[in-house]
Design a protein around this ligand. Structure first.
Ligand code: ZN
Length: 509
């Protein structure tokens, strides 16, 4: 590699420290992220994990790294079997359907595809092979058609979640399944016996199906090798899922560590009213009924506003889902697109609509040199510091503010200002693309946001247009009282009208 790539600092869950990221091969990143068990629509907790690792993917590529990113689909699992049974459908048909639904939601959110998206059902032979290797090495044993991992055979069990088997055993509650004849209560299933009418495959231990954890060890090794540069997922997966992945992978390959850096995304909380009417924040969960699917949220908010909202909090921290937060994010995205639109309008007045017909004068407008020349370095530095998206958004806002100030005048810009605006526009778009923002044409995005807001405010644009037209007529008729009445009615609906020489337009407040 001829040029030095910018280095990135990551917070590693295992060592609980921020460390400079050193990939095994310079310039190459091997990343595995746990996907979703596909038996229902995704919720915004899943969406947060997908959007975050989408930013990781986009940023490494932006910096010039060669990224190989694997994200799996858990399409064989007891939750899927149960749901398929309830619905009377084939389990693999059910999971295939929810993979499609997942793809639809993530595509709507602008989440880019991973390099590989393998499924459990297509890796059964590989899973049986790894299970056999674990049994042969004494790390696993069979009991009546089930195969269990022997946690006591792996000395470092607990090293990711910083637990010790002895302490866990002392503190365990009824959460451990003790109906099976396991050697140790924390031994976990690598293979589960299937009844004749259940989904299953033939194996050395009889007909059965994989346990949950083994798939990630198998698929990550198959596509990326025994040692990952980065392993990611939601915080809720640290224990037992990721702990078990380490135990399986390191015992099977004899190589450690399984992953050099562990990155975990925080949970989503929900702002609610308590029974006494107080504002409270609770963990989002199905059992509490405060549950938001990605589909629900996309029905009410613009995809880039949802992403903006997620970027306002550092990925490791919990984030609070609240209507006000989504509305504020919507206003911020509107503000950024308005800045782009104003650049376009200003450049049109100077007849410079792109950098191809830039003014020959390459000077920058006074006072902009630092912003124009220093922006990308500061922006990359913010994200290279453990993906600090709140700081990255603050830098983007600084550019948008400068654009708004520079485009206040209605007159044609000087050559130096036109040049400056072209460069600032490029900065905003390049910076936005790393976060999955500003990926649309400004007019399209502003219209989409307006239409969604009209829908959630239950307003019909036709009714607004009619009232606006009636007010224009009233003003022409010099019926000022009626004109004011109509303006007040519109204001009541949340619509603001703006009169200018070009005519009367309206916007949502
Ligand atoms: Zn996993």
């Amino acid at each position: 590699m001829s040029e030095e790539l910018r280095s990135v600092i990551l917070f590693d869950t295992r060592t609980q420290q921020k460390r400079p990221f050193e990939p095994q091969q310079p310039g190459k990143v091997l990343m595995y992220v746990c996907g979703v068990t596909v038996y229902d629509l995704t919720h915004i907790g899943h969406a947060r994990v997908f959007v975050f690792f989408d930013v990781v993917q986009r940023f490494f590529r932006h910096l010039g790294y060669d990224l190989n990113f694997v994200r799996n689909h858990t399409d064989v699992d007891d939750k899927i079997l149960k749901r398929a049974d309830e619905k009377g459908v084939d389990p693999l048909e059910l999971s295939a359907r929810y993979i499609e639904e997942l793809d639809r939601d993530m595509q709507a959110l602008g989440v880019e595809r991973a390099t590989s998206e393998p499924k459990v059902s297509e890796h059964i032979d590989d899973i049986i092979e790894m299970n056999k290797a674990l049994v042969d090495k004494g790390h696993a044993y069979e009991v009546d058609g089930d195969v269990y991992y022997r946690v006591e055979s792996f000395e470092e069990y607990g090293k990711l979640s910083r637990r010790k088997l002895d302490d866990m055993e002392a503190g365990r509650s009824g959460r451990v399944d003790e109906t099976k004849q396991k050697e140790h209560p924390f031994d976990f299933a690598l293979w589960k016996k299937s009844d004749d009418d259940q989904l299953g495959w033939d194996s050395p231990w009889g007909r059965g199906r994989p346990g949950w954890h083994i798939e990630c060890s198998v698929m990550s090794t198959k596509y990326l090798g025994p040692t990952l540069d980065i392993h990611g997922g939601g915080r809720d997966l640290i224990f037992p899922h990721h702990e078990n992945e380490i135990a399986q992978s390191e015992a099977a390959s004899g190589e450690a560590p399984f992953a050099n850096y562990w990155m975990h995304v925080g949970m989503v909380n929900v702002a609610e009213k308590s029974e006494d009417g107080e504002d409270i924040v609770r963990k989002m969960s199905k059992s509490l009924g405060n549950f938001w699917t990605t589909r629900d949220v996309l029905g009410g908010y613009h995809p880039e506003a949802i992403r903006y909202f997620m970027h306002t909090t550092l990925y490791r921290k919990p984030i609070t889902y609240a209507v006000e937060n989504l509305e504020e994010a919507t206003r911020r995205v509107q503000y950024l697109y308005t800045a782009l639109k104003r650049i376009d309008e200003t450049l049109q007045r100077a007849e410079y609509d792109s950098d191809e017909n830039l003014p020959p004068d390459s000077r920058l407008a006074d006072g902009f040199t630092d912003l124009v020349e220093g922006f990308m370095d500061r922006y990359e530095a913010a994200l290279a510091d453990d993906f600090n998206t709140p700081n990255a958004l603050a830098l983007i806002a600084e550019v948008a503010r400068a654009i708004n100030e520079a485009t206040e005048s209605d007159s044609a810009p000087s050559d130096a200002l036109a040049h400056t605006l072209v460069l600032l526009r490029k900065h905003l778009v390049d910076a936005g693309s790393v976060l999955g923002l500003l990926e649309r044409d400004p007019k399209t995005a502003l219209d989409e946001i307006r239409d969604l807001r009209l829908k959630t405010m239950e307003l019909d644009p036709k009714v607004i247009d009619e009232k606006v037209a009636a007010r224009v007529q009233a003003r022409e008729d010099k019926d000022w009282e009626r004109a004011d009445e109509l303006r007040d009615e519109l204001a009541e609906m949340g619509v603001e009208i703006m009169d200018s020489q070009q005519g009367t337009t309206w916007r949502l407040k």
